[in-house]
Design a protein around this ligand. Structure first.
Ligand code: ADP
Ligand code: MG
Length: 692
């Protein structure tokens, strides 16, 4: 049975059963606490909404311990379904109901006598039969679980007189452990359940799933490393978790955060047990520490003041999502979450399901569960409403604590765009990925297009109203809506699903998010007004603009238009790289004014910015340049600070950042990289480059 070594040991053993027997990757909200108490032998009354997953709360403890669990349940059809599902998962379960055949009943008796049964479902009528009590006394019952326990209430709609016999059965079995489950939450019913079923007040679980102190946000991936840095850096000094999909990514992200002066560590299953324990302990103990981890991290971690959780990659399911973000803010204070998702995540998760060993119906269910997470990512309104609705809890929406409530995305009638995209998938026989399909839509006669005669398709060149990145976001949304599905067997070629047909046939319309279309390309003009808190900063920027304009004897807008200054107050770029992403800050202007306005924004005197560094900011290698520059300045006097001074010129660092050499040899070929520099900086530079 379960090797119980403390809370973490118990929970990880339960987690193993959860995935091995039931095929789920995470507990749903509420389940873990209840299952823990039930497994520990407590009497429990749990009230959870319909669809929340109550069955698991007695099934899992039944499997985690020795002995027989008797389940009293009112609906014969439901019992038979559950028994069938358990058996197909390899669990010895049986039912005694009036729907049984002779043989079925005989088989159950035989299994009971052999002590082989783990779960026995009993219809309440059965309790009225004389032999039942005797039978169960012989069978060694460990626990009674009463499902739909409100049926014991004489005042409810579902009163079942036979439920009143359950209390007597408990006594007859020597006051075995009693657990009861229902979705009916009113106080009278609860009191009645307690009185009729239990011999002493049980531990009660009654709580909604909402965690109002968690801020919920999703973003499509667009330079994900930058997005994570932009999320974490303003939260300097707070503790948080950044979940990433691969071991390498956890290390690269932790490295990038350390470069920015954040106390960051990494954690994944590939680390030695000792190193993992150490990381867990540090995270538990230290303030303002960030752990970049795979999902191996978290079970059994009990740090109340985790202020943020970010997902650098899409979680596995909506259950995993809520369990993982739920690790933030246990102290009840506000905590932030951000989940990134992109086409690569969808491809990866679909392939993971398709390539798994599960039977076809489980795969279909897993795809459907992935769809619910994607639907949350692409939700049109209040995320909390969508999320809690999935777990069976209905709210009126408009929580105010999610990105969609804070700023509703603009939507447009995307029916025509979707039709163009979908019919291009169809006309190319569902054999290509988004890249090629977009080339066709844009009318690009690439070699691949010409080789396949795709320039003759009727959809060739019909999509010029969008650019390539805008089409990418259309395809991402179509993937998230499961209208096109990447096919692992065909290297991720997009196939049409049933959901696409009504749109293709013009029978149903589709609204798409506009914000991501603009966010990556032309952003909408920021509102003319700025918030109160940004107003002083805007005045300061305008004053600086006036000063420059007067000196140059040009109108102010020639320096920067208002729009650009407003964007600066909203995005608060903290570096030249970030500045370069503000609309209206082109190469020339970044060079001329970037550092000056940056100084106003950060309130610092401008760091002298090397012109080479400015050039690197413009070609996108600026981050790597910074990382390399930081690494080299650490090594100027050697690894332990005792050697002769040796440094690299800005020009040399820029050349390395641009060339991104991946080997010692390639690095040695860069002009200026002589033997001495190679020896001192080479290994570190290569590591920094690899991490990028
Ligand atoms: P309830 O009895 O609370 O209405 P059920 O026990 O019938 O809910 O479960 C509802 C659905 O949720 C079932 O399809 C079940 O398989 C699924 N489910 C339960 N727990 C989990 C979990 N941890 N992860 C994914 N699905 C789950
Ligand atoms: Mg149920």
């Amino acid at each position: 049975m379960l090797p119980v070594a403390g809370y973490a040991g118990l929970m990880s053993a339960l987690q193993t059963l959860l995935s091995d027997v039931f095929g789920y990757d995470s507990f749903r909200p509420g389940q873990a606490e209840i299952i823990e108490a039930v497994t520990a032998g407590e009497d429990v009354l749990a009230i959870l909404p319909t669809g929340a997953g109550k069955s698991l709360c007695y099934q899992l403890p039944a499997l985690a311990r020795e002995g027989l669990t008797v389940v009293v349940s009112p609906l014969i059809a439901l019992m038979r379904d559950q028994v069938r599902a358990l058996r197909s998962a390899g669990v010895a379960a049986g039912a005694l109901t009036s729907g049984n055949t002779e043989e079925e009943t005989e088989a159950v008796f035989a299994a009971l006598d052999a002590g082989a049964l783990r779960l026995l479902y009993i219809a309440p009528e059965r309790l009225a039969l004389g032999g039942t009590e005797r039978l169960l006394r012989r069978a060694g019952v460990r626990m009674i679980a009463v499902d739909e326990a409100h049926c014991v209430s004489q005042w409810g709609h579902d009163f079942r007189p036979d439920y009143l016999r359950v209390g007597a059965l408990r006594e007859a079995l020597g006051d075995v452990q009693m657990t009861a489950f229902t979705a009916t939450a009113d106080a009278e019913t609860r009191a009645e359940i307690v009185e009729r079923l239990f011999n002493a007040p049980p531990r009660e679980f009654l709580s909604g799933f909402d965690r109002p102190n968690l801020y919920l946000a999703f973003q499509p991936k667009d330079r994900p490393r930058q997005q994570i840095l932009h999320f974490v850096l303003p939260r300097r000094g707070q503790s948080g978790i950044v979940y990433a999909g691969t071991r390498n990514k956890t290390e690269a992200l932790a490295g990038a955060l350390r470069q920015e002066g954040i106390n960051a560590i990494s954690y994944h299953a590939g680390m030695e047990a000792e190193a993992r324990r150490e990381a867990e302990e540090r995270f538990q103990r230290e303030d303002g520490i960030v752990v970049c981890a795979t999902v191996a991290f978290g079970m059994g971690v009990d740090k109340p003041d985790i202020r943020f959780v970010a997902h650098a990659d899409l979680p596995k399911s909506i259950e995993s999502y809520y369990q993982e973000v739920g690790r933030a803010g246990r102290d009840g204070d506000p905590a932030d979450t951000l989940t990134l998702y992109g086409a690569d995540d969808i491809r990866f998760r679909r392939a993971q399901i398709d390539e798994g060993l599960a039977p076809p119906d489980r795969k279909a269910a897993d795809h459907a569960r992935l769809n619910t997470l994607l639907a949350l990512a692409e939700a049109p309104t209040c995320r909390r409403e969508t999320l809690l609705g999935y777990f069976g809890e209905h709210t009126s929406g408009g929580c105010g604590g999610c990105d969609l409530c804070r700023e509703a995305p603009e939507r447009f009638d995307g029916t025509e765009a979707a039709q163009k995209a979908l019919s291009t998938v169809y006309r190319t026989e569902e054999r290509f990925g988004a890249g090629h399909l977009i080339d066709i839509l844009l009318g690009k006669a690439t070699e691949k297009v010409r080789a396949r005669g795709h320039e003759r398709l009727s959809t060739f060149g019909i999509g010029t109203e969008f650019d390539q990145r805008q089409w990418q976001t259309v395809f991402l949304q179509l993937m998230a809506l499961d209208m096109v599905r990447p096919d692992a067997a065909r290297h991720g070629a997009l196939r049409l699903t049933e959901a696409a047909r009504p749109v293709l046939r013009g029978e149903s319309a589709l609204r798409l998010r506009r914000d991501s279309l603009n966010r990556v390309a032309r952003r909408p003009a920021p509102r003319a007004m700025v918030s109160d808190e940004n107003a002083p900063l805007l005045s300061a920027l305008k004053a600086k603009r006036r000063e420059l304009a007067e000196a140059a004897k040009v109108p102010a807008y020639v320096i920067f238009p208002d729009r650009t200054l407003i964007e600066m107050t909203e995005h608060r770029p903290g570096s030249l790289d970030a500045m370069a992403r503000i609309n209206g800050v082109g190469a020339k202007k970044l060079e001329k004014f970037g550092a000056t306005f940056l100084a106003v924004l950060t309130g610092d005197a401008p760091d002298p910015v090397h012109p080479t560094r400015r050039a690197a900011a413009l070609d996108g290698s600026g981050d790597l340049y910074d990382a390399l520059a930081a690494a080299q300045s650490d090594l100027v006097f050697g690894p332990d600070g005792t050697e002769k001074r040796l440094d690299c010129s800005a020009k040399l660092i820029a050349a390395i950042a641009a060339a991104k050499p991946s080997s010692q040899d390639a690095l040695a070929r860069i002009p200026g990289m002589d033997e001495r520099r190679l020896a001192r900086f080479g290994p570190t530079f290569l590591r920094v480059i690899a991490e990028h």
